[in-house]
Design a protein around this ligand. Structure first.
Ligand code: PGA
Length: 250
């Protein structure tokens, strides 16, 4: 069932004490029953603490990445099972920063997607074009191939564990936001693309989040679009008041 979701991607920010403070602010300031599912993605080292302090709240704790293999000689990596062992059942995959700085390809992401699903995790799958792609009017093709190469091998049933997040790279951390019309246009394209491959029901049920410089000031008009089901929030998720204002934009 399609849900409204607002997820905070804390990226490589906040040590343990800062994480505790942000979580405590969120708990104090959050309304009892927000109109959206709220998720936060702290760094690996703070996942255990975050899960423990949020387990009696509706806030879902997600990881920002994971490795595709179950265990073994992969120095510095974290597996799905390790995440699950600290209570984390949701993972962000394919963020543009992972693609750009850590060479994550569509093919590798397909493996990570499979590993997460084998562990019955929920995936926030990120995709989106760079500015040059948009200028060259290749953004629809590019997004279609990102989806196809990482997700379209899945059986229909797996889609209940997938959340999509359209994040145009030119709008991430730049203060530049896609206009509500640009967001709606791409989200409608994505939903149609999913429908063509997996049928109307899957397409109607999948939540498609928008990410890229979402702030309290623009969240309402972005979320008002019929195919935008929420946001993946970077910078503005690091202050409880701003993040919750975005949550309350629903
Ligand atoms: P931003 O980041 O909100 O700081 O633009 C969004 C993201 O990278 O998920």
């Amino acid at each position: 069932m399609r849900k409204n979701i607002v997820a905070g991607n804390w990226k490589m920010n906040n040590d343990l004490a800062e994480t505790q403070e942000l979580i405590s602010d969120l708990k104090k300031q959050m309304v009892k029953e927000p109109n959206a599912t709220v998720m936060v993605a702290p760094t690996f080292t703070n996942l255990y603490e975050a899960f423990q302090s949020l387990k009696d709240t509706p806030v879902v704790v997600a990881a920002q990445n994971m490795h595709q293999n179950a265990s073994g000689a992969y120095t510095g990596e974290i597996s799905a099972n390790m995440l699950k062992s600290v209570g984390v059942e949701t993972v962000i995959l394919g963020h543009s920063e992972r693609r750009a700085y850590f060479n994550e390809t569509n093919e590798l992401l397909a493996e990570k997607v499979d590993a997460a699903l084998e562990n019955n995790m929920t995936i926030i799958f990120c995709f989106g074009e760079e500015l040059e792609d948009r200028k060259a009017e290749k953004h629809f093709d590019l997004v279609a191939s990102q989806l196809k190469e990482s997700l379209y091998h899945l059986p229909k049933e797996s889609w209940k564990n997938i959340i999509l997040a359209y994040e145009p790279v030119w709008a991430i951390g730049t203060g530049e936001t896609a206009s509500p019309e640009q967001a709606q246009e791409m989200h409608a394209f994505v939903r149609k693309n999913v429908a063509d491959k997996f049928g109307e029901e899957v397409a109607e049920d999948v939540s498609i989040l928008y990410g890229g410089s979402v702030k309290p000031a623009n969240a309402k008009e972005i979320f008002a679009n019929k195919d935008v089901d929420g946001g993946l929030i970077g910078g503005a998720s690091l202050k409880a008041a701003d993040f919750l204002e975005i949550v309350n934009a629903f």
